[in-house]
Design a protein around this ligand. Structure first.
Ligand code: NAG
Ligand code: NAG
Ligand code: NAG
Ligand code: NAG
Ligand code: NAG
Ligand code: NAG
Ligand code: NAG
Ligand code: NAG
Ligand code: NAG
Ligand code: NAG
Ligand code: NAG
Length: 737
């Protein structure tokens, strides 16, 4: 009524509002009284509230939950808390709240707590044993935190617990994995301890005590010993993943009694033995089999064809051999076949791929397959990635490859395929191709170059290296507007390199070394957009290769951006001078003009290339002095100007203190402290020397950097390997990826 009066008489607004407020206030008071009366009888228990407040107080960062966790209010209404009808706390769900600090033991007194989810926070410290051994707990999820310490054993006398789900994955737990604890876990269905540092054996009799286990996740730990045969007793086991541990021995016979298994995965361990042909058929529910990265040997048994539900088969990086069983085509649900890096042989045509309509990825890299690419593969209309690199395949590419409309990654390199003209023509219509690796084939043929070659509109990586192709740099390459990496090294191409290539907007890696190119280095090359600082989108390219590119059996690149920026014109017949505009290519990491016929001076502007790690100008006819400011290139780790006609002092300080004197060989007019020819004082004073302290600091930084990251940062290592590893230019030498 008051409200309606107010709307009818807006002129009395201020007076009416006051009355209004008064009424609401008294109403509110009554309401609060009412609520507190109710909650007095029906609020959460005081000691449970205290336990929560202790947990809160222990946190160093509460993510804002304190706003609702107010003493004096009903804790059943607090954020993340659920109570039973009798006001006892049953659920605490505080996932991804930004919590930091320890998990208080006080939560252990919550006698009806069934579900605790603290995942995706930054909690640290140990996991209170009270929570694991709680008699009420059903689901305990503390995954994705920074919890550490060991997981303590529960006494074997502990009575049966109700815990069903324990997820402590992605933490920093370490130490011996408990064994007796599981005796009390009669109801456990899911145990996820992956991505920690647990040591010791996989518990032997897990399924005797916990017969309901269906998910067992142990990967990324330090488990050792063999796979316990008793896992075969797990009659409910659907998922067993224990990759990336130190497990050894064979797959025990008994394991194949776990016929409910859908997902069996042991990659990257030290397992060995063969796949037993009769036993594998017991795993008729298998959807994913991943035993890559072990020492398995023997053949793929014919009986694999009975695994009708199989979608993924990973046998890569083992010691397996023999021919493919034709029965593989009975696994009609296959999506992924990964057989790379083994010793398989025989013809791929043994398998009728037309029966695998869902196949998306076939990878047989580095085996001993012979014959042709099976025609039946062109029926796999869902194929995205096909790699047959490093085998003994031959023949011409079938025009039917154009049927694979979704094909994005094709690697045929290092085989004996013939007729590159045909290959380019049949592939140009594969509009979704982004990565095409066909190098090390087509030996001695002619580089196709006719106006009808177009298409390839999405191509980003093109490798036609090591084919001894004659002809010229083809026009069609300069129309590949999405190209990022071009490898044409080790062919016999002649003529000039087209300036047009320089305008490819995304090109950041160009290797045309070891050909017979002539003429001057085009000025336009100094305009390559990706190598100029304004355009460096390269390291923003997030594309992940459909299959990681290999550089030998173990080094791999997963993303385009893990490659350095490269301009390699070495081992050709280029003449003239190094264009002074070279200084514009600021993003360049590897610059190699060695083994040409370049003359004139080393342009001063090279000193602007502050990202350079490799600079090789050796074996040319360069004259004049070495620009002293090169010593300010702090990342330069390989430098070679040997076999020119340079003169004067070698710069000192900076990275120059780390180069071998062989970098300067064959320049009789050079002088320097590390050379037999020392500079006299007239020559010497030209060299600019960095202040001692600064240069020492920089050198030691680079050395420390290489020492710490030498293993992890592959590309650093790779770039260096050419220069310290007997001319094995990491990219050129690779027989394939
Ligand atoms: C815990 O919460 C996270 C985030 O909401 C969720 O992804 C996860 O499935 C939950 N855990 C369980 C066991 O339900
Ligand atoms: C922890 O594991 C359980 C059971 O597999 C799962 O439901 C839950 O989603 C996992 N938690 C997270 C954060 O992924
Ligand atoms: C187990 O944990 C890992 C890592 O924390 C997670 O990626 C995986 O999905 C979990 N497994 C299940 C079945 O929840
Ligand atoms: C392992 O745990 C770390 C830290 O929680 C996480 O960043 C990473 O994604 C996890 N890895 C896997 C494979 O689950
Ligand atoms: C597999 O289980 C059957 C009974 O279900 C048993 O007879 C057989 O011995 C078991 N095999 C192995 C290798 O444990
Ligand atoms: C690889 O398998 C062959 C038999 O196929 C065997 O002779 C050889 O010892 C195995 N090599 C390794 C390293 O296991
Ligand atoms: C392969 O399978 C398809 C479809 O089942 C069939 O039509 C074709 O004849 C088979 N090819 C060979 C060579 O057996
Ligand atoms: C590769 O296959 C050929 C037959 O094509 C065979 O002669 C050779 O021994 C095989 N090599 C290896 C290493 O298996
Ligand atoms: C080609 O690639 C695009 C973008 O990645 C994708 O959306 C499309 O489905 C692909 N075409 C086919 C036929 O798979
Ligand atoms: C190579 O392929 C082209 C185009 O498909 C064809 O015209 C030519 O005859 C083939 N050459 C040989 C030697 O097979
Ligand atoms: C490099 O040092 C070695 C031994 O110290 C010497 O024999 C060689 O002549 C030096 N090279 C140059 C270019 O001075």
């Amino acid at each position: 009524m008051l409200v309606s009066q107010e709307t009818m008489q807006p002129l009395h607004f201020s007076y009416k509002t006051q009355t209004n407020k008064l009424h609401i206030a008294s109403l509110g008071l009554a309401l609060v009284l009412l609520i507190s009366l109710v909650s007095h009888t029906n609020s959460c228990a005081e000691h449970e509230k205290t336990s929560l407040l202790q947990f809160l107080a222990g946190l160093s960062h509460d993510g804002g939950i304190a706003a609702s966790w107010q003493d004096g209010t009903d804790c059943c209404k607090w954020e993340g808390i659920t109570c039973s009808r009798d006001r006892m706390i049953t659920n605490i769900v505080l996932a991804a709240k930004g919590l930091e600090g320890p998990i208080s033991q006080s939560l252990g007194i919550l006698t009806e707590l069934q579900h605790l989810n603290l995942s995706h926070n930054s909690l640290s410290g140990g996991l209170p044993l009270e929570l694991v051994s709680s008699s009420s707990m059903i689901i305990l999820d503390v995954s994705f935190n920074q919890l550490n310490g060991t997981l303590n054993e529960m006494p074997s006398s502990t009575p049966a617990r109700s815990l069903q789900v324990l997820n402590i994955s992605s933490n920093l737990f370490a130490g011996q994995f408990p064994s007796t604890t599981w005796k009390a876990m009669e109801n456990l269905t899911t145990l996820n301890v992956s991505n920690n540092s647990f040591t010791g054996q996989i518990p032997t009799h897990l399924c005797k005590s916990s017969p309901s286990i269906s998910v067992l996740e142990l990967y990324f730990n330090k488990f050792s010993g063999s796979i316990p045969p008793a896992l075969g007793d797990c009659s409910k086991l659907r998922m067993l993943r224990a990759g990336h541990n130190n497990l050894s021995g064979p797959l025990p016979d008994e394991l194949f009694n776990a016929t409910t298994l859908e997902y069996l995965s042991f990659p990257n361990n030290g397992l060995h033995g063969a796949i037993d042909s009769t036993q594998i058929t017991d795993l008729r529910n298998l959807v994913i089999l991943d035993i890559g990265g072990n020492k398995f040997s023997g053949m793929i048994p014919d009986s694999i064809g009975r695994l009708k539900k199989l979608e993924e088969l990973h046998l890569n990086n083992n010691n397996m051999s023999g021919e493919l069983p034709s029965a593989l085509s009975n696994c009609r649900n296959l999506i992924m076949i990964d057989l790379k890096i083994n010793h398989f042989s025989g013809e791929l045509t043994k398998v009728n791929f037309s029966n695998l309509p869902n196949l998306q990825t076939l990878d047989v890299y580095l085996n001993n397959f012979s014959g042709t690419i099976p025609e039946s593969i062109y029926s796999c209309s869902n194929l995205i990635a096909l790699r047959v690199s490093s085998n003994k395949l031959d023949g011409q590419l079938s025009p039917r490859i154009g049927d694979l409309k979704g094909l994005s990654f094709l690697a045929l390199d290092t085989n004996s395929f013939r007729n590159i003209t045909n290959a380019i023509h049949v592939l140009k219509s594969s509009g979704n191709l982004t990565t095409l690796l066909i190098g090390d084939n087509f030996k001695g043929e002619i580089m196709p170059d006719d106006d009808t070659i177009d298409g390839f509109e999405n191509l980003q990586v093109l490798d036609i290296k090591n084919c001894q192709l004659s002809g010229q740099l083809p026009q069609w390459i300069s129309r590949l507007t999405n190209l990022e990496m071009l490898l044409l090294n080790s062919n016999q191409l002649t003529g000039p390199i087209l300036g047009l290539i320089s305008f490819l907007p995304f090109l950041f890696f160009m290797d045309v070394s070891d050909n017979r190119f002539t003429g001057e280095i085009p000025q336009t090359l100094m305009e390559m957009p990706m190598l100029k600082p304004t355009e460096n989108a390269i390291h923003l390219d997030p594309r992940i290769f459909e299959l990681p590119l290999y550089n030998g059996p173990s080094l791999q690149h997963r993303v385009v951006s893990s490659f350095p920026t490269v301009l390699n014109l070495s081992h050709n017949y280029f003449t003239g001078v190094i264009p002074p505009q070279i200084g514009q290519l600021k993003m360049l990491v590897v610059l190699d003009f060695s083994f040409n016929k370049l003359s004139g001076h080393i342009p001063q502007s090279i000193c602007n290339l502050t990202n350079l790690q490799v600079l090789d100008l050796s074996s040319n006819n360069l004259t004049g002095a070495i620009p002293a400011a090169l010593n300010s290139l702090n990342f330069l780790s390989a430098f070679n100007i040997s076999n020119n006609d340079l003169e004067g002092p070698i710069p000192s300080g900076g990275q120059f203190n780390t180069f071998q004197n062989s970098s300067f060989d064959g320049n009789p007019k050079l002088c320097g402290s590390m050379l037999t020819h020392k500079c006299d004082s007239a020559e010497g004073h030209q060299a600019v020397i960095l202040p001692r302290k600064q240069s020492d600091y920089k050198v030691s930084f680079v050395i420390a950097f290489s020492a710490f990251f030498g293993v992890g940062v592959l590309y650093d290592q790779l770039v260096l390997s050419r220069y310290f590893g007997q001319f094995t230019y990491w990219f050129m030498k690779t027989r394939s990826y």
